[in-house]
Ligand binder design. Structure first.
Ligand code: HEC
Ligand code: HEC
Length: 242
């Protein structure tokens, strides 16, 4: 009797392992960027990723990734600070984070603090005077607001394109650079603040260097991939990566 019960138990455990690991193998073997095209596998990954996201990511990015705490990114708007929103890129960030004090993390540029004597430790950039800060603020503010002061904007544009070095990270058209995580300054999407003069001026004066933790070693590889699939699914209603 005991032998039979033992055999039944072993079979039950084997069946359980088969069903739980059954979906994990194909998920891990898949090319992450080809995953969305495999509807059944993708949908099952999105289903497993949802509760994992709620447990590990929603505290900063909000429920469904769309209501981030100030400074964290909205993950559901189809606008990406880093890369183009490919599943492999989201998985890379989930593993290694952003400015996360660990190897392979994204940490290529920080926003300098222009009201301090040494705005950036990484490159020689001049501090700005309060008047220059106002001008360059007006330049950025003017992309989304029609009440910007035109003369101040013109002076600010010169600072942006020249002395202050803003163009170097945010591009000369101010539309950002997703290879280093420099945000687009011409749209209405703000990492921190409401895009008003005070909020813009505060970032330029004090700098900004937000971090996202990395989960390598803390989540299992199939969990990370499932979370990445879920995050990818959040922005599908937008144009999506190219
Ligand atoms: C402690 C807060 C915190 C937690 C927890 C957190 N993040 Fe982040 N995350 C951030 C911040 C802050 C940023 C913006 C970083 C920046 O400004 O460069 C970010 C950015 C990102 C980005 C880049 C978005 C873009 O537009 O390119 C992705 C993707 C991301 N997080 C995914 C995740 C996932 C997945 C989890 C859970 C496994 C997670 N994050 C957990 C704070 C957090
Ligand atoms: C060395 C690269 C670098 C330079 C130079 C630089 N920035 Fe930035 N800037 C960044 C990065 C990176 C971020 C995002 C930081 C983060 O995510 O934590 C940022 C963020 C910002 C933000 C906040 C955007 C948002 O969505 O909240 C504004 C505004 C801004 N920069 C304006 C400027 C202006 C104006 C200048 C020149 C006076 C400038 N930056 C120079 C890299 C740079």
């Amino acid at each position: 009797m005991a032998v039979l019960a033992g055999a039944v138990l072993t079979l039950a455990v084997a069946a359980f392992l088969f069903t739980t690991h059954g979906a994990q193998g194909p998920l891990l073997r898949a090319d992450p960027d080809a995953l969305p095209a495999d509807t059944a596998l993708f949908q099952s990954a999105v289903r497993s990723g949802k509760p994992l996201f709620a447990a590990h990511c929603a505290s900063c990015h909000g429920d469904g990734g769309a209501t981030p705490v100030p400074g964290a990114a909205n993950l559901a708007d189809g606008d990406w600070l880093y890369g183009a929103g490919r599943l492999s890129e989201i998985e890379e960030i989930t593993n290694f984070g952003i400015r996360a004090q660990r190897p392979r993390t994204w940490s290529l540029a920080d926003m300098p603090a222009y009201a301090t004597p040494v705005p950036s430790k990484r490159e020689p950039l001049p501090p700005l005077t309060p008047a220059q800060l106002r001008d360059v603020t007006e330049y950025v503010y003017g992309f989304q607001h029609s009440d910007a002061d035109a003369a101040a904007r013109t002076r600010g544009a010169t600072l942006f394109q020249d002395t202050a070095g803003c163009y170097d990270c945010h591009s000369s058209d101010a539309a950002g650079d997703s290879s280093i995580g420099a945000p687009n300054l011409t749209d209405a999407i703000w990492l921190s603040g409401d895009g008003g003069r005070e909020a813009i001026a505060a970032v330029i004066a004090r700098g900004m260097s937000q971090s996202c933790p990395g989960w390598w070693g803390r989540l299992k590889p199939y969990e990370t991939r499932a979370i990445a699939a879920y995050v990818y699914s959040l922005s599908l209603k937008h144009a999506g990566p190219t």
